[in-house]
Design a protein around this ligand. Structure first.
Ligand SMILES: CC(C)(COP(=O)(O)OP(=O)(O)OC[C@H]1O[C@@H](n2cnc3c(N)ncnc32)[C@H](O)[C@@H]1OP(=O)(O)O)[C@@H](O)C(=O)NCCC(=O)NCCS
Length: 430
């Protein structure tokens, strides 16, 4: 089985992100473009790379700005780069940065590019809020009115319901089910108790607090001066060092208020942030004197019916990525699994150990048991936060850096995404 690139290896050279901040908090005055630019500018600075050598910038974002829909292009207009830099935006819900990374890697593997920046950014504070259809029709008609009296007559048609705005929903367009409801459903279907979820969430916060205190997480972060007072934010502000099992257990269910087990404590918080990785062909990295953190060994995407277990598709992507890499789960030294919800992580782990899920991916044996001591060793999205479009680049950066610190060889990352989609990538250090 040829591994990714057909002989052209794609190196992950470096990764940087902004601090992740709970929506409406420290980064609330920055747009997704600002957050993406901050991460990219810092990456260019740290890697001391001439911007003229960059062939491509690919970015992901989920809740798009209606006035600047190609965030990648806006980020690429930083003074670091020539205006001729190719830049485009991709979307695969919470795996959008992963899509950006695999798109850029594909371009390098094809020989169309040698150096690419790939990542994503999200402001879940500055979300677009739309007018209702009634209000929109009236505004459009009023803009075409020929006189003040005509305009007033058009505005007179407005009814109270026309003033109700439309806000972005974290719900499936096809089913209307929110992510939280899906996680509740998965907890019930897979028998994941509230206690197991809360204990998992507690461990996520404890590991992220340790990773922040000893500098492993903060090493990936560019400190940001946050307007209006321009105080510095140098670490993620959602990590609760002092949380306890009792505090988590006391929280009320957030979605299914009567029978649910998903709470604000065992769900990832709405978050603002940006993240980016620097990818190079092995040949160019070596020619320029860079030491790659790791190489992309393989990747896979998968999908399930959104009506079923919305966040379970990584379970189908992992065995395919492993097969493409010629590896099995015990070969993996470190696993980074995006934590949308504790119930989803625990369901994914259960699914990977199940023969019936493996069969659905076309394999006769279960993928295997995830070694929990190698999983999300510095916490994950539950504690660090989850700016939808940025998370994939954060996860890949953390995986590569920690793999290097531990002198490991193979790393696996997984990300679940809206629409029932999932992603897995395997990286290799040589
Ligand atoms: C779950 C959710 C609705 C909670 O939103 P929220 O109510 O604004 O959350 P808050 O941060 O205000 O937390 C609510 C309460 O829980 C408490 N809390 C949250 N996490 C806690 C923790 N780890 N330990 C102790 N208490 C905690 C907060 O202190 C707050 O308490 P208060 O009401 O006394 O102030 C929101 O985070 C959400 O929608 N998350 C899911 C996002 C999603 O779907 N993402 C897609 C995944 S792919």
């Amino acid at each position: 089985m040829p591994t990714f690139g057909n002989g052209r290896r794609v190196a992950i050279v470096a990764g940087v992100r902004t601090p992740f901040a709970r929506a409406g908090s420290a980064l609330k005055d920055l747009t997704a473009i600002d957050l993406g630019r901050a991460a990219v500018a810092e990456l260019m600075q740290r890697s001391d790379l001439d911007g003229a050598l960059v062939d491509l910038l690919v970015f992901g974002t989920v809740v798009q700005s209606v006035v600047a829909p190609n965030i990648a292009r806006e980020v690429s207009l930083l003074p670091h780069f020539p205006k001729t830099l190719q830049a485009y935006t991709v979307g695969r819900a919470c795996a959008s940065a992963n899509q950006a990374i695999t798109d850029a890697a594909d371009q390098i593997a094809l020989g169309h590019a040698h150096i690419a920046l790939a990542g994503g950014a999200e402001s879940l504070t500055q979300v677009p809020i739309l007018h209702s259809r009634g209000m929109r029709d009236v505004l459009v008609a009023a803009s075409k009115a020929k006189s003040m009296s005509q305009r007033l007559a058009i505005f007179a048609k407005l009814r109270p319901k026309d003033f109700i705005p439309i806000t972005p929903a974290i719900a499936e367009p096809s089913t209307g089910e929110t992510m939280g409801q899906s996680a509740d459903k998965m907890a019930k279907l897979n028998g994941i108790s509230r206690e197991t979820q809360d204990r998992y969430a507690l461990a996520s916060h404890q590991k992220a607090a340790a990773g922040t205190a000893d500098g492993r997480l903060t090493a990936e972060i560019v400190a940001i001066a946050t307007p209006p007072a321009f105080e510095m934010l140098a670490s993620d502000n959602g990590i609760r060092r002092d949380t306890t099992y009792e505090a988590l257990a006391a929280l009320k269910p957030a979605f299914d208020r009567q029978y649910g087990s998903v709470t604000a404590g065992n769900a990832s918080p709405l978050t603002d942030g940006g993240a980016v990785v620097l990818l190079m062909s092995e040949e160019r990295a070596l020619a320029l004197g860079y030491t790659p953190l790791a190489f992309i060994k393989s990747y896979a995407y998968a999908a399930v019916d959104p009506c079923e277990q919305l966040l379970q598709a990584p379970v189908l992507a992992v065995p395919v990525a492993l097969q493409r890499a010629g590896l099995t789960l015990p070969d993996i030294d470190l696993v980074e699994m995006h934590e949308a919800f504790a119930a989803q992580v625990l369901s994914n782990i259960q699914g990977l150990a199940s023969k019936s899920w493996a069969a659905r991916a076309g394999f006769s044996d279960a993928t295997g048991d995830v070694d929990l001591t190698r999983l999300n060793v510095m916490g994950g999205s539950l504690s660090i936060g989850h700016p939808f479009g940025a998370t994939g680049a954060r996860v890949l950066t953390t995986l590569c850096n920690e793999l290097a610190r531990r002198d490991g060889k193979f790393g696996l990352l997984t990300v679940c995404a809206a629409g029932g989609m999932g992603h897995a990538m395997i990286v290799e250090r040589t």
